[in-house]
Design a protein around this ligand. Sequence first.
Ligand SMILES: [Zn+2]
Ligand SMILES: [Zn+2]
Length: 297
Amino acid sequence: MKITFSLQAVTIGSFMFLWLTTCLAQAQNRVTILVDAFSKVATLKQDWGFAALIEYQGKRILFDTGNNSDTFAHNAKALGVDLTRLDFVVISHRHGDHTDGLRHLLKVNPGVKIYVPNDEYFGGPTPMGFFRRKEPSLPTHMRYFNGDVPLQVSHGSPWPQENMSRIDSSTMVMPGITIVRNIAQVRLFGETPELSLAIQTPRGQFLVVGCSHPGIEQILGSIAAKQNSVYLLLGGLHLVQTPQPELDRLVKALRDEWNVATIAPGHCTGEGGFLTLQQSFGARYQYAGLGTRIDLP
Ligand SMILES: [Zn+2]
Ligand SMILES: [Zn+2]
């Protein structure tokens, strides 16, 4: 009887130890790169685009979903990432290399909450002024909405609207976790709103960016990075086609003016961007290829 009890106690003790270590492992603050086009891990599928899982103080946040639903599913499985357990998702912007994995995600986690920019692509309104030119001399049947255009015309969207929470301005969604909104005024992309994620850590802000179409300096300005320093900047900086003199200026500005402590560039930062940043940041450059896990403070 005594022996049985001891064995039970040992068994229960082992289970509790396992449970505790599992909980501690789960509570680890870290980021995992799920989609990108460079990697040290041969078993993962490289693809253009970006997706990362952020685990912070017990919260699990998916940032972007990559370029291809199957690739996203493969990498998430290979990295042991359970997509059914997410607190919320942030989609940085409308481009397909950040959104296609939503098709897989919504299959495995149909109720998941998804923050998106308030953009036509996600079911947002048609920009004001689109119907500005009016021609009252036309017969009614040739005029939009018979000449009486509604104040707001919403676009359709490939994504279920019940999951989508459209963000119009920077919003703190949980204590210390802010979804940052900027707008790109880029010729090729027009007005493209883009979301980034800023998490306040004890060592400064952790900033995750998708493509940085609005410009990384605009995004850093919007989180007051000169006053509240950035401990780690991670993601796409959109410097693939940036000429070297501008790359040199920007990289120096990130290091010396914007006080970015460590940098983990990925996606559309470009090979020239990787090289220039690595030369400039030295030991403060953090490799962030597909499959990389980076611990957070
Ligand atoms: Zn993009
Ligand atoms: Zn992109």
